[in-house]
Ligand binder design. Structure first.
Ligand code: FES
Ligand code: FES
Length: 162
């Protein structure tokens, strides 16, 4: 095994907590999150960057963690679905997904919520077209997207009302 493929220590911040992992540089961030850090919210769907079920935020940018070598996360701030909710409460998006029936089998749901959260952080009052565009990297085989889009619109309405 060459030196470049040896394991190394990688420091990163995950959901506000500093972590050091011992990983191969090209190991997928998705695997490190799930297997080393026990954060199983990010799911593996396609493993090829097509479905968005593995989405996380890396320094505020929505990425497919199945395509990110963990070395790229050195020193970065990572937010997973586990970092979005409060300790006991669902956040407004999670609540809206529940109320609108936006989650069925649930495989896509963490990635959809992260994509929606990212969208609402940039555009608090998205139009239906902006919601569709915001979800363009996330596939759902179950819902037909209507309930998901409604949930995001509902979450935006709740935010305005609060
Ligand atoms: S599992 Fe990463 S994009 Fe599908
Ligand atoms: S709820 Fe099943 S893939 Fe979206």
């Amino acid at each position: 095994m060459s030196a470049s493929s040896a394991k190394c220590e990688i420091s990163l911040t995950v959901n506000g907590e500093s972590k050091i992992v011992d990983a191969y540089p090209m190991e997928r961030l998705l695997d490190v999150l799930r297997h080393q850090l026990g954060l199983t919210g990010a799911k593996e769907g396609c493993g090829e960057g097509e479905c968005g079920s593995c989405s996380v935020l890396l320094d505020g940018v929505l990425v497919n963690s199945c395509l990110v070598p963990v070395l790229q996360a050195q020193g970065a701030n990572i937010t997973t679905i586990e970092g979005l909710a409060g300790k006991s409460d669902l956040n407004r998006l999670q609540q809206a997904m529940l109320e609108c029936g936006g989650a069925q089998c649930g495989i896509c749901t963490p990635g959809i919520i992260l994509a929606a959260s990212h969208l609402l952080s940039k555009q608090p009052h998205p139009t239906p077209a902006e919601i569709k565009e915001g979800l363009s990297g996330n596939l759902c085989r179950c819902t037909g997207y209507a309930q998901i889009c409604e949930a995001i619109a509902e979450a935006a309405r709740v935010e305005v009302a609060e």
